[in-house]
Design a protein around this ligand. Structure first.
Ligand code: TXA
Ligand code: MG
Length: 343
């Protein structure tokens, strides 16, 4: 593969970026594109050869299914078959949250190649809210399969430069539209209808659309694999989103036992000088998730960026402070737990 080109998708250059990305996608190539959550590695979802390139570039095992992105709600029927019993709730959810970071697991349309869904009878679908992604999806006129544009198991990229670090030299083009607005991957749910009652939403991955937001439409339960189910999708494996440097989620500051001579960095929530985590140790480096607003939304946006910074700081370990598990905090803690799971 020749070197990876980066094309900017600012207002004036948007048309060029859309044209170039679509030309490559039509030719069965793979392209990194910005979404509102994280950068995705895109391929024509209906072209199995192109989809195979996504798995190869990411070194992703073929049993980990991809998310399919559609340009409009009307396109849902081209990739999924919505059962009668959930048609109404699917309509409500897509009206409320699309375009946006909510992925629905639905029975798959036969046109979607098995490689995309790893042989599962279901497909994960969402409509991205990112203007550049939307323009490319619309212009292409076909669904786009796009997992996060990182190597398998690693930190998801929230900027074009992070994509270069993950996949530079492996893909022909990155469309650069700056930093991602959400910063963590979409919320993933499947829907279980209940006659006469609100449906159950099985939460496969916590994300920007929170439990609190979904509860208006149904009962939210953590997805649990049943015995005999197909292998776990690795997005749900305990170890994922992992820096190369060991990351330790320190639930209680008193549990920190630094080893002499080792270098530790702190992934703090606010980074305030007098916080019990900041004062705990003479850290090599302290990075705050939410130094400005102290809001979880800022923390989510900065999470993977800060994890990457700390990973590049030459530390022996990254110590992470927990955040409160409400709203977006659930998605942040999910990523921190998986990053800290032993490999
Ligand atoms: O925000 C996002 O969702 C980003 C952007 C690029 O759209 N994409 C993303 O894709 O995070 P990826 O591949 O990193 O995560 C997709 C995860 C899989 O690991 C798997 O856990 C789940 O989606 N998934 C996909 N299809 C599924 C299916 N049919 N059943 C259950 N889980 C599925
Ligand atoms: Mg991923």
């Amino acid at each position: 593969m020749p070197e990876t080109r980066i094309i900017h998708a600012d207002d004036e250059e948007m048309k060029d970026a859309v044209r170039e990305a679509c030309a490559l996608l039509r030719a069965g190539e793979i392209v990194a594109l910005p979404t509102e959550t994280v950068y995705g590695l895109a391929a024509d979802a209906l072209n199995p050869d192109a989809v195979a390139k996504v798995f190869a570039a990411k070194e992703r095992p073929s049993f980990d299914p991809l998310i399919v992105h559609i340009a409009s709600r009307g396109d849902l029927k081209t990739v999924a078959i919505v059962p009668e019993e959930i048609a109404e709730i699917v309509g409500k959810l897509t009206a409320a949250f699309w375009p946006g970071p909510l992925t629905l697991i639905l029975p798959k349309h036969p046109d979607v190649p098995d490689l995309v869904t790893s042989g599962l009878p279901t497909v994960a679908v969402r409509q991205s809210a990112h203007p550049v992604f939307r323009a490319i999806n619309k212009e292409l006129g076909r669904p786009i399969a796009a997992p996060s544009a990182n190597r398998f198991g690693r930190i998801s990229p929230t900027s074009a430069s992070a994509v270069v670090k993950e996949l530079g030299g492996r893909i022909p083009l990155i469309v650069d539209a700056g930093a991602c607005a959400e910063g963590v991957e979409s919320t993933i749910i499947s829907i279980e209808p209940r006659p006469g009652k609100k449906p159950i939403f099985h939460l496969h991955r916590a994300g920007p659309i929170t439990k609190e937001q979904l509860q208006e439409y149904g009962k939210v339960e953590k997805f649990r694999e049943k015995a005999g189910d197909l292998p776990h999708a690795p997005g749900q494996l305990p170890s994922h989103y992992a820096p190369l440097t060991p990351l330790i989620l320190l639930e209680n500051p008193a549990d920190f036992k630094p080893e002499p001579g080792k270098k530790y960095g702190l992934l703090s929530y606010r980074g305030e000088d007098d916080s019990p985590y900041v004062t705990l140790h003479d850290w090599e480096i302290v990075e705050a998730l939410s130094p400005g607003s102290g809001k979880l939304a800022e923390g989510a946006i900065r999470l993977f960026f800060v994890m990457r910074l700390l990973d590049e700081a030459g530390l022996d370990a990254i110590i992470a402070e927990p955040v409160s598990e409400t709203g977006l905090g659930v998605a942040i803690m999910d990523r921190l737990r998986r990053a800290s799971a032993s490999r």
